[in-house]
Write a protein of this length. Structure first.
Length: 325
């Protein structure tokens, strides 16, 4: 017979399936007696789990829905599913979900055994991406969780950074006090105080490698303006490799948000949806807007982006003309 702690955890795992178990079924699954099952149920109740008893011939035990529950117990298949879902949500379009998913992913990855980490990595490697998904640079989940934990615990962080060639900075190791992870468009950015440059910096995660938390803890500094997301967006607008475009799309905002909301900001507009895109790839702007299958008008577009879009349209028009001939 399993020891009390192991048996209680197994009982909790069964109850978390949210189905009604009879005492006989539980006793059979746990290889114990119905009397022991009743004692283990009382033990779970003492720990704060709302286990309900259903009387009668079809009665038994079940975990009540709702309320604030202590930590969950999941099996291997469920753990892999949770990590995979959080990785997907970390790149999603729902407001606030990406940041929350990274925080949750960091907590789960902390306690995930190496075997299950390998399984989740294999699942991601063998997953098929939908058209357009390849446009977004991948960020390693291990890097995301390492950075998220360093931000949460206010721990000094070092990493190797390879800035854009136009930035004028050489690749090398950065010593930072990380503050927040911020998703903008199709990318993730780390907002941190650079200890060597004595100033705030924004780091693109797909250019960051070998992140290592250090032993030193720090008191978080006051960020100018106090809003990490606004600070990162402002710093990107000043970057030479970024294009900011605003477009009015004649379509329902919900439809637009569903299709390209994960890479842009979509707001209500009298004529449909106002879309704001910020990207270093002007070709992707044409791809995203073309995929909406709706009329649109540019409200604000940089001259270099306009030239590239005109070139693309000219090539498409020529191809259509030749096809008709």
């Amino acid at each position: 017979m399993a020891d009390t702690t192991t048996r209680t955890l197994k009982l909790l795992a069964l109850l978390q399936a949210h189905r009604l178990w009879s005492a006989i079924e539980l006793a059979d699954r746990l290889e114990t007696t119905e009397r022991t099952v009743r004692r283990d149920v009382e033990r779970l109740r003492e720990l704060g789990y709302p286990v309900e008893s259903v009387r009668g011939s079809g009665g038994g035990y079940q975990l009540a829905p709702g309320g604030s529950l202590p930590p969950l117990v999941v099996d291997e298949e469920e753990a892999v599913a949770i990590v995979s879902a959080l990785r997907t949500a970390a790149h999603g379009s729902a407001a606030g979900l990406a940041e929350a998913s990274v925080r949750a992913l960091a907590k789960v990855m902390q306690v995930l055994p190496p075997k299950l980490r390998r399984r989740t990595d294999a699942l991601r490697a063998m997953s098929v991406l939908l058209p357009g998904e390849q446009q977004a640079p991948t960020v390693d989940a291990e890097t995301l969780t390492t950075l998220a934990l360093a931000c949460r615990d206010a721990t000094e962080l070092t990493f190797h950074y390879d800035p854009a060639a136009r930035a004028g900075s050489a690749p090398g190791v950065r010593r930072t006090e990380p503050l927040r992870l911020v998703p903008v468009g199709r990318r993730w950015y780390l907002l941190a105080y650079d200890l060597d440059r004595q100033d705030w910096r924004t780091f693109r995660l797909d250019r960051l490698a070998d992140a290592r938390p250090q032993k030193r803890r720090f008191a978080p500094r006051t960020l100018p303006g106090g809003d990490p997301a606004a600070y990162v967006r402002a710093s990107l607008r000043g970057g030479r490799d970024q294009h900011s475009v605003r477009v009015v799309v004649h379509a329902e905002p919900g439809v637009v948000r569903e299709r390209i909301g994960r890479w842009s900001e979509v707001a209500e507009h009298d004529d449909g949806a106002l879309v704001t895109m910020q990207t270093d790839d002007s070709g992707w702007i044409a791809l995203a807007l073309g995929g909406l299958d709706a009329d649109y008008e540019f409200v604000d577009v940089p001259p270099e982006v306009l030239r590239e879009l005109r070139g693309r349209n000219a090539r498409e028009a020529r191809a259509l003309y030749l096809a008709e001939r």
